[in-house]
Design a protein around this ligand. Structure first.
Ligand code: AMP
Ligand code: MG
Length: 346
């Protein structure tokens, strides 16, 4: 008995040493590194495996770069100061992003529209305490409409002074893509980036398992379901994210360019899953304005074009129904009893 035990110990030790050697040889340190940065007017954090001892400065550098490539104003908006002014693209990344946005505006019949800037500046949902006057909404609305501006190879040419671009619906998705690329180039083997609830996933955990991402219950603080996946972006637009209340009514930040008011499409939130984070960000905003039925149709149109990686969605309806597109059937599980699975209305 005694003899057997003394034989086992060195064998155990050897296994431990081998295990540690394997981990360091593979660069797969099992403990994650974390970092957080205030960027894009929100808290952005990273939890990554492998790579450098600290990811604070690469995360910060890539997010600042992302802000610089896309933003002119402090709030992501840029305005034309004269009739016929061309707002030049600040970078090739911005050009690609805005040209894609114009396509999504077309396919969403204007529900998604970067020229919403005069309207979003008027509502200023993060600071406002009451809705704007009707005549001010009408005045701002007269300046909104991607069809009244021309998206060229050099920039966006506006017909009227006061028109402008609002990149609030696209900036974080594209920044997540950029940050993940940078961290992977530094040797990180897996990670989760959280840019104010916009999630970017890459690689795997050291044990090879995928990441589990909670889909927030829009009416509470917990998750209503879980997605298990990796190498993609999980981007949510929801009326709970930014809003104010006035006389018992909630006014949120996703505006319907047809009415000039916060969108009312029967949804509490939409999550779009796509490898292209910038596209996922645009689509989540567009789908929120469109609602479940027209939103799923938009995802079908985007996927049928074959121009981007597949985009899938989870639509959370005001009645508690949850519509999940076919491509997420295996990855998504509904965990809250307050919600139920539903088919998109025909
Ligand atoms: P997100 O949280 O990604 O859905 O983006 C919402 C932000 O996009 C808002 O805070 C506005 O800055 C901007 N926005 C609001 N409504 C629209 C819209 N219909 N199309 C494009 N951008 C919008
Ligand atoms: Mg968005």
């Amino acid at each position: 008995m005694e003899g057997r035990r003394s034989l086992k110990r060195p064998a155990c030790l050897l296994l431990c040493v081998l295990f540690l050697f394997c981990l360091s040889a593979c660069g797969a340190d099992p403990s994650p590194r974390t970092a957080s940065v205030w960027a894009f007017d929100t808290l952005c954090s990273a939890t990554v495996y492998g790579g450098p001892d600290s990811v604070q400065s690469p995360l910060e550098a890539s997010l600042r770069e992302g802000e610089g490539l896309l933003r002119a104003g402090t709030d992501g908006r840029r305005f034309a100061e004269a009739d016929g002014q061309l707002l030049e693209f600040l970078s090739s990344e911005e050009a690609e992003l805005i040209q894609t946005a114009w396509q999504i505006s077309d396919w969403s019949d204007g529900a998604f529209d970067l020229t919403v800037a005069p309207l979003s500046a008027l509502w200023d949902v993060s600071r406002a305490t009451r809705p704007p006057a009707e005549e001010d909404i009408a005045r701002a609305l007269a300046l909104v409409g991607y069809r009244t501006a021309e998206c060229t190879a050099e920039g966006v040419c506006f017909s009227k002074a006061g028109q402008g671009l609002d990149l609030g619906a696209v900036a974080k998705g594209s920044a997540g893509d950029r940050a993940a690329e940078r961290l992977q180039a530094l040797g990180c083997t897996g990670g989760v980036l959280d840019l104010g609830g916009n999630i970017k996933l890459f690689g795997a955990k050291p044990d090879g398992s995928l990441f589990r991402v909670g889909i927030r219950d829009p009416r509470g603080d917990s998750a209503l379901g879980i997605l298990t996946l990796t190498d993609t972006s999980v981007i949510t637009s929801g009326s709970y994210e930014r809003y104010f209340e006035y006389e018992g009514v909630r006014y949120h930040h996703i505006l319907d360019p047809r009415t000039g008011r916060p969108a009312e499409s029967g949804l509490l939130s939409v999550t779009v899953v796509c490898k292209d984070g910038a596209l996922a960000d645009m689509l989540s905003t567009a789908c929120f304005v469109l609602g479940a039925e027209r939103g799923t149709a938009l995802l079908d149109t985007v996927n049928a074009s074959g121009r981007w990686p597949a985009a899938e969605g989870i639509f959370v309806l005001e009645d508690g129904g949850v519509v999940v597109t076919a491509g997420l059937e295996d990855a998504f599980s509904l965990t809250s009893k307050d919600y139920f699975r539903k088919e998109a209305d025909p």
